[in-house]
Design a protein around this ligand. Sequence first.
Ligand code: HEM
Length: 195
Amino acid sequence: MKAFARWTVLLLSVGTVGYGLFAYFLLEPGSTVHPEMKAAYAEHPVRILAHVGFSAVALLAGPFQFFPGLRKRMKLHRALGFVYFVGVGVGGVAGFFTALIAYGGLVSQAGFGLLAIVWLWTAAEALRAIRQRDFTRHELWALRCFALTFAAVTLRIQLGLFGAASGSFDDYYPLLAWSSWVPNLIFIEWVLKRR
Ligand code: HEM
């Protein structure tokens, strides 16, 4: 990953983590989103707080793994990797159960639910590869997994773009549950294929 892309990914990730932790651990959870989402989170506080908290850990730890200087420091890479996979593990399971109460009906719930399953699967493959000391496969699956973690960033960029295009939230939100991650996966497969 080129230096400019690495720093852009890091800054966008830190910004999204900042939003999530501020909006869910300093403000009343859901006070920055649609009132029906806020009501759903008030009824299910544990899953949304576990989701935001642990997913934020994954989104914060992930980008550092792509800095060559840090990756060479194997102890640090392993420690950050452990923190990342715990974040994906708990954030993903909580994300799956949050998908069951997602706003926007079946289309949203299916989109976020499938994202949670694929996110957990790619993390499991990356872990399995490193257990087998297959470093190439580990890197492939770790890149796929982070492309999905980055869905939290692409979702909020798309939210801004659709909002600016003044579409109706109810019309475009279910689409976001798919467009926030499917293009990420297609892009990373294209990058990996080109390699
Ligand atoms: C990549 C796998 C992820 C999945 C499957 C997932 C799933 C979900 C679902 C289903 C919701 C509820 C949406 C609704 O109520 O309509 C949600 C909300 C949320 N998620 Fe995630 N998420 C993921 C990654 C992340 C990451 C990495 C963060 C990091 C900060 C994050 C932060 C949030 C926040 C802050 C909310 C509350 C809604 C908002 O204020 O924007 N999610 N997520």
